[in-house]
Design a protein around this ligand. Sequence first.
Ligand SMILES: Nc1ncnc2c1ncn2[C@@H]1O[C@H](COP(=O)(O)OP(=O)(O)OP(=O)(O)O)[C@@H](O)[C@H]1O
Length: 898
Amino acid sequence: MKEKILELIYQNTEQKDYEANTAQSISATLKISRNQVAQILHSLYLERKCIKITVKPLLFLSRKALEERCGFLLEDTEYSSIEEIFSKGKKQPEKKDFDKLIGAHGSLNEVVKQSKATVSYPPHGIPLLFHGDTGTGKSYMAQLLYEYSKNEGLIAEDAKFLTLNCSEYANNPELITANLFGYVKGAFTGADEDVEGLLSLADGGILFLDEVHELKAENQEKLFLFMDQGIFHRMGDNKVWMKSNVRLIFATTEDPEKVLLKTLLRRIPVTINIPNLAQREQKERAELLYYLFSQEEQRINKPIRISSQVYQALLHYNFTGNIGELKSCIQYCCISSLFDNKDSQQITVTIAHLPKNVLDSHSEEQQVLSSQITYLEIHQLLDFVGKTSELIEMYNSIYKLAEKDHFNDLSNIDKYQEIFTAYFENKSVENNQKQFYKKTVKSVVDIVASGYGLHISNNDVLSLTKFLGDALQYYFELQHFYEQYTQDFTIFYDYLKMKYYREVKIANEVAHYLEHFTDMELGEAVNVWLTLFFVISGKVKASNQVVAVILAHGFSTASSIAEAANKMLNHYVFDSIDMPLHVDTNTIVDRLNEFLSNIGRFDNLYLLVDMGSLEAIDDGIQIDHANVGIINNVTTKMALEVGSNILQEMPMEENLSKIVETADYAYHMKKSEQKENVILCSCASGIGTAEKLKKIINDSLPNNIHIKVLTYDYTSLLEKKTDSEFFTQYNVLCTVGTLNPNIDGLKFIPIEQLIISDDIKELTSYLCDYMDEKDIEVFKRNMVKNFSLSNIMNALTILNPTQLLEYVANAIDRLQQSMELSFSNSTCFGLYVHISCLIERLVMNKNIESHADIEKFIEEHQSFIDKVKESFAQVEDYYGVTFTMEEIAYIYEYIENN
Ligand SMILES: Nc1ncnc2c1ncn2[C@@H]1O[C@H](COP(=O)(O)OP(=O)(O)OP(=O)(O)O)[C@@H](O)[C@H]1O
């Protein structure tokens, strides 16, 4: 009875039908005596399952439902009103750095990612400029970056965050110099003692230079030396060098190109644009309203409610001062309302409290339309924000995990398991809708499981029911989320298809039936999830490295045998291809080849065929990367024996020879002798570049193609050439990279060839034996798309690619002039990429230190070295790096080889 009452209280609280939670009303609904209800309510209250609202008559609310709605834990068991719960009960756990930023996972996602990358750049971060209109949150971003740096241990716990608003000193450049660099006694009238400047005070921390466009040119110049070498003079003392290690963050509302000295701008490699409020999603603006009103509630310590008109007006008004102006506007409304409702327990904000500009723009039409005024308590604004559902959170976690492994690895299966377990933890209440989903899921898994010999437990049914319920309830949110990341998810799904074809097949079938029962198109997001569900649950025991297909004549002979064998084996071992009597063997072989081409790489293929098909199928099968064993006269008994041996991981030859001992069967076995085909990425610029190159090529290869893309250390390649275990193990089709290692028998494709030419003939000519025309076309198309110069630059460096390219291109022009040479287009492109990677490496202190004969090179090519030094002086200066002799030698060889 207690459970029943708790359940009813939960439902009423969830549906905000609080009045239905009096003892009297519960007694009437459940037809139990009022006394008994009162006793149970009291005990639920003592157990802290219910919250008591001390009004007359007493109300009992479900703690669980309230906490779910508020998103925080309630400390007390008794409150004087429902409003009190939402206003006073806020004991939210302190949010960490960027978790506080509204839009961090939405419109500011990229901004946050870029900022974090910049501040984490080894060894001490790189200077960064925030550019955006007033009030967009530049100062807030800088503050959060400081918190983030501390939380990540990039700066010490006691490191400082200091701000200098340059506009405050716009007319007094002397004062700003004194403030920034410090001064010594006697530096100017009134300088009675030595004083440290902000650069010294912020040592080890962050200095934020706001409104930097107001910094006069002379002061911008003074900053250069500090930015280049970390040293500076105090005002009035040109002898002693001061040192400081400060991360600099700049902000401006103006166009940086127009207001900052080029020389300063060059020293700030990353500019991040912060979008205006108008460019943020409606959901995010609603969240800002909630957040800013909640701050006011806390400040004035009274619950606030706002009229729906105020909500609409604030949501839609074009605040040119962005979030800063929105915040002031909300404060204005609350103060006006407080003034009007001095003695009231609650503040009510109506349109009369809006500032005039906002009120004026709230058109009469809108006012008439929303003539039915309703009031919203602040916590209710969250309903508009749509708290992220558990489902989307789970998908987000899956996405992040998959992203870490470049969407093509599932070795972190335990981590996926954790995500699923957390999601399934709360399979929550039963209601009619849930009952329907449960029945649907049960029917679907019954149909699918039987064909694959899967055991689906009651617990699995409950898990799938929760998922189905959520997928339907958050249908649009899910589709929207998936659409945002479709490209990446498709790569991930393709990977799953190759690696887990059995799980994908089961998942597809389950999804197909669910769609049929619910009459909803569930989409790929659901297929991906279901596939992961089956992979994680480990229901499929047969390794996907072993494929076993039954082929037999007759309408459903093969499928019946496969189904019966799977069922009896309790595992999904066999697939089947039915051969209608009128269909010739060639057609069947085509179907078989097509089936095999869709299931990724495998090591062993068993084909169980019926009488008379062995030779024909043997001849037509196009597999040379795996062992293929064909056995004839298939029966259910034979399938059972072969399948059971497969599950015991018996080697193929032993398995087949054992079977033929017992009856009049025959088998053929062709052993795979083929080495795996590999495209090698090896770059003089380092393994990091090779890894990125590998990803781009991998992303371009059609998924059904069994060519691996691997990286190889360039220096070992030069040292060992092809005399290594690696080259015995793999069949290397070609090497792609920045510099030709010039190794006999190793085909090399320079990266620039992939960038500048639509025609990647040379590469495809190395691959055409392993791909058909259609795949080559897909590959070409993807390569052209993925290998655009900007794409490569974006992938290869975190430095601002446009700026980097401009500098490198200018330097290469100068080099050509001084050498009185004109490089070919392809050499230029090659040098762009190579030198850009080189600069990035130098910035990160990862220069190449070895070269076969550097002494000789220096001796023989002094003039070339001088020319490079001269041409790249500006680039070196801009990025604060120095080209080593080894690097110059590689540039020389590159030009020489081309
Ligand atoms: N994404 C956000 N989430 C929550 N609060 C924000 C966000 N962005 C800005 N704010 C708040 O808005 C106000 C204005 O932001 P901030 O002062 O950082 O803007 P700004 O771009 O530096 O403005 P200005 O150029 O005028 O100095 C601050 O109170 C800040 O806390």
